[in-house]
Design a binder for this molecule. Sequence first.
Ligand code: MF3
Ligand code: CO
Length: 271
Amino acid sequence: MFQRGQQRFLRKQLNTPPRNQPVLKSQREIQIMREAGRVVARVHEAMREAVQPGVSTWDLDQIALEVMQKYNAVSAFLGYRGYPAHICTSVNEELVHGIPNKDKVLRGGDIISIDIGVRYRGFIGDSAWSYAVGEIDEKAAHLLRVTEASLYAGIEQMVVGNRIVDASRAVQQVVENAGLHVVREYTGHGVGRQMHEPPQVLNYVGNDPDGNLVLEPGLVVAIEPMVQVGTWQTRTLRDEWTVISKDHSLTAHFEHTVAVTHNGPEVLTLP
Ligand code: MF3
Ligand code: CO
């Protein structure tokens, strides 16, 4: 096989456009992705148990690693563009890509978004969830409820004949009707043998050609609304990974890997 650079070179020679068509998955491939997704769900079950005041995000990373190993899966994040951990752990104003750290200890009243991706038999499962640490206040609870509801509103639209933008619009409506803000700089994505495949799945109606893509059976995407209390804008910290809300307001992130089937949307990242 060619290496990436050589492929690009050949494409240039032949004057063919870069591939941006989604790769549809066969029944057999979707069965493997179901298993990959189940591993992700098992890791989330362990996270739900482990998230307690006094636990560090590094502890969570270790627990996640153990569960992945138990099911013969590996982290899809470790080493991805140099990412240094097995999962992403983002606390309060941290939105995504928070790096697990021994010094980051959870306190009652925090919320933590945990993003988990694994590779299993060549395929990726990708799912994020935001958890309450002990008792949280009503503002935080509202943020979690709305963001989860927006994810499911998006998933409901993943039916044959709809377009990607129908999911984007559904997410945005739930978030904005609740007076919250949906992040624009980060999006959902196709998923399969690669963590990030076409199409892009915006969480708002924007001008993105991928929004026009008509859904077909075998399309698999990760839908992942990222929602903030005070603004849709974000900023990246000096570690060059951690993304926070620009105004330091609370944030949440819910994500599932979803297959479009003849029988409607199938969430693959379930136990
Ligand atoms: N799960 C994230 C996504 O859906 C990717 C995590 S970034 C990584 O885009 F670098 F940690 F892998
Ligand atoms: Co994702």
